[in-house]
Design a protein around this ligand. Structure first.
Ligand code: GDP
Ligand code: MG
Length: 448
């Protein structure tokens, strides 16, 4: 897969969102940091990265679209911003006249000739009558290479190995080329963008007046692609870009995003040396695959199953205030059972992540919980609201009424008191963490 590493880090980031309890500042900060790291590693320009994460931040406080949870919304925003980074809409060539001439430009070795072979076979398969014209007169082997890459798809190639003036070669074949639907023009490159290269291109451009001037850029130059694209654009007005060698570099994110900021759309990407290693570039599909949209849907489903955010927040709040009765505790324990271990949930409540709570604290077995429910049915409203008042006599009474053993009722009341004490202790206790931790540990020992 192209951009494997970037893809993996982005997928990890998204699954972090899906699994998290709240979309809060902490999660957002983490998300932003993760995305920045991932994109910078793929050589995306720092400015682009920062403006992307800035938009994610801004948009995360947008009004929720109907039918989406905050989490789903955030995942959607990340997807959309990545798509925008790579160029929004897919841009397909529409072959509007005959012959439709496509001139390739680009530095030496960027993949122009190879890409003509790929494009020729791509459009031949779609029923077009294709020809190629070899105007790279500087490299002796260039015409042969063009013939070779076009031979597989049986594409006629027009070359003149004796002629050193590309304009003359064009004039020589101009009439014959009119018989074809699409003509690909191969041009020469240089090691660097030189004045002669530009001049030659400009001259050919005004002579041939091709419908498309496609810049071929190798992905391994990373974000330097932007400067190159801009310079080519200035001289011959590039109409589209093809980024090659996407398969061989981790910097492809840089090349793609850099090209996307130029006016010219990315039309295709090259993903290998063979004639069918060419892909129509569609930012949405590309990002979708990179993020593993199939997985993403499953992830969103999972996020839905968990407790709703508001429920969880409310639960957290009541806990934090230390203001809860026995029914609350029961409901909370029951709700938590659905969500997973208490320690996990506590981590998600802001400020609580650092506290190492005893895991057993609210870990009540299922059958015990059922006993509690029976017992609670035999309790008065006063007792439920203030279990502190449930002394020995009342425990006896409740036990008789519910058939739940005395020890279990005592255990329930004790657990309530312990939880309450602990939550009260936590209130504003971040300043004296050390003292707290010690007391928690003592409590944990007692609980066992
Ligand atoms: P030109 O000088 O611009 O015409 O570049 P060429 O077409 O001769 O390509 C230069 C080298 O890059 C050749 O070895 C090609 O096989 C290789 N190449 C071109 N496109 C791709 C691609 O998408 N992936 C890989 N791995 N190699 C490519
Ligand atoms: Mg070439």
């Amino acid at each position: 897969m192209v951009l494997e590493k970037l893809s993996q880090s982005l997928r990890d980031t998204l699954s972090k969102i899906a699994k998290s309890m709240f979309v809060d500042e902490k999660l957002l900060n983490e998300l932003v940091k993760d995305i920045q790291r991932a994109l910078l590693q793929a050589d995306v320009n720092v400015q682009l990265v920062f403006s992307l994460t800035k938009r994610i931040r801004e948009r995360s406080s947008e009004k929720l679209p109907p039918g989406l949870t905050k989490k789903e919304h955030l995942i959607k925003i990340v997807y959309e911003e990545l798509v925008a980074l790579l160029g929004k809409e897919k841009a397909e060539l529409s072959i509007t006249k005959k012959p439709y001439t496509i001139m390739m430009a680009g530095l030496f070795g960027s993949g122009k000739t190879t890409t003509i072979g790929k494009l020729a076979s791509y459009y031949a398969k779609r029923g077009y009558k294709i020809a190629a014209l070899g105007l790279d007169v500087h490299r002796p082997a260039a015409p042969e290479q063009l013939v070779q890459v076009c031979s597989q798809a049986h594409i006629p190639v027009f070359i003149n190995k004796q002629e050193k003036d590309p304009a003359a070669i064009y004039r020589q074949f101009q009439g014959e080329l009119k018989k074809f639907d699409i003509v690909f023009v191969d041009t020469a490159g240089r090691d660097a963008l030189s004045a002669e290269l530009i001049k030659e291109l400009e001259q050919l451009n005004s002579l041939i007046q091709p419908e498309q001037r496609i810049l071929v850029i190798s992905a391994d130059i990373g974000q330097a692609a932007q400067r190159q694209a801009e310079q080519f654009h200035q001289s011959v007005h590039i109409t589209g870009v093809i980024v090659t060698k996407m398969d061989g570099t981790a910097r492809a994110g840089g090349a793609l995003s850099a090209c996307a900021v130029t006016k010219a759309p990315i039309l295709f990407i090259g993903i290998g040396e063979k004639s069918n290693d060419l892909e129509l570039f569609n930012p949405q599909g590309f990002v979708g695959r990179m993020l593993g949209m199939g997985d993403l849907e499953a992830l969103l489903e999972k996020a839905k199953e968990a407790m709703t955010e508001d429920e969880a927040k409310d639960l957290g709040k009541r806990f934090l205030s230390g203001d809860f009765n026995l029914i609350d505790l029961y409901e909370q324990i029951e709700a938590m059972k659905k969500m997973g271990p208490f320690s996990k949930i506590i981590e998600m409540i802001p400020g609580f992540g650092q506290l190492k709570l005893p895991k057993e604290m609210l870990d009540v077995q299922e059958d015990k919980l059922r006993c509690w429910r029976f017992a609670m049915n035999s309790m008065t409203k006063e007792e439920l609201e203030d279990p502190e008042c449930v002394g020995r006599d009342r425990i006896e009474r409740i036990s008789q009424g519910s058939g739940v053993p005395v020890e279990d009722i005592r255990g329930m009341v004790k657990q309530y008191k312990q939880s309450k004490k602990m939550m009260k202790m936590m209130k504003g206790s971040e300043q004296n963490m050390g003292k707290m931790m010690k007391r928690l540990q003592q409590m944990q020992v007692k609980l066992r």
